[in-house]
Design a protein around this ligand. Structure first.
Ligand code: XMP
Length: 214
């Protein structure tokens, strides 16, 4: 079954805990990033761990290897089980995140192509494909690839084989879960769940839309 990953981007602890609590029975992991961490601090990660779900740090880390290593160490010490980094800084920078993730029993995902319209400006023309090959070279666990462009994600799947694809863009950005769920290992859904009047029901609905990985 394709995982359902909640992108938990509200900016107050109260909202984050309320929404996570309602969605938790229907989801497989929680992804948080700058919106919630900058508002409430890194300590929110330990509180969210109470839901017993894997926690992915979406910091899109994109620095030199030494700084990436320092950032990744903070992420895993805070209780995360996965980290998302960018691939464009190069394989040494990606490898720094992969090493820390694996030393901590965690996973590292690399952004290959972004889901918003502007994501087509720089990631195409071969860049996303090159980043996908960096995933193989560095031993990273998978890529982030767009639900909004299933045809691009299909091309990237051919490069990365059985490594995982986590796919944002379902819901608010217009991605169709039916078109992507069979191709990826996890769909990432944010606003369509956390802005809903009933986040539990919204999460249940997206959970029911997931197909089997083919
Ligand atoms: P929405 O509200 O659009 O939230 O469902 C999507 C979540 O995923 C993040 N996001 C991305 N992360 N590569 C990434 O690594 C992407 O292409 C991408 N597109 C969206 C976004 O920050 C939000 O948390």
């Amino acid at each position: 079954m394709t995982d359902l990953i909640l992108a938990l981007d509200p900016t107050t602890r109260t909202d984050a805990m309320r929404i996570a609590s309602a969605a938790a029975p229907h989801i497989d992991a929680i992804k948080i990033g700058y919106p919630l961490i900058l508002a409430e601090g890194l300590g929110i990660a330990k509180e969210l761990k109470a839901f017993g779900l894997p926690l992915i740090a979406d910091f899109k880390v994109a620095d030199i290897p030494n700084t990436n290593q320092l950032i990744a160490q903070q992420v895993f010490e805070a209780g995360f089980s996965g980290i998302i980094c960018h691939g464009f800084p190069g394989s040494d920078s990606v490898k720094a995140c992969v090493n820390v993730a694996h030393d901590n029993g965690g996973e590292c995902y690399v952004v290959a192509e972004m889901s918003h319209p502007g994501g087509a400006e720089f990631f195409q023309s071969g860049t996303a494909e090159r980043i996908a090959r960096v995933v193989i070279e560095t031993g990273a666990d998978g890529i982030i690839a767009p639900a909004t462009r299933p045809e691009r994600t299909r091309i990237l799947r051919e490069i990365i084989g059985t490594r995982k694809i986590l796919s944002p863009g379902v819901g608010a950005q217009g991605g169709d879960p039916d078109a992507i769920a069979g191709l990826v290992d996890g769909i990432i859904v944010g606003r369509a769940i956390y802005e809903s009047n009933d986040p539990g029901a919204a999460a249940a609905r997206y959970a029911s839309l997931r197909g089997k990985r083919t």
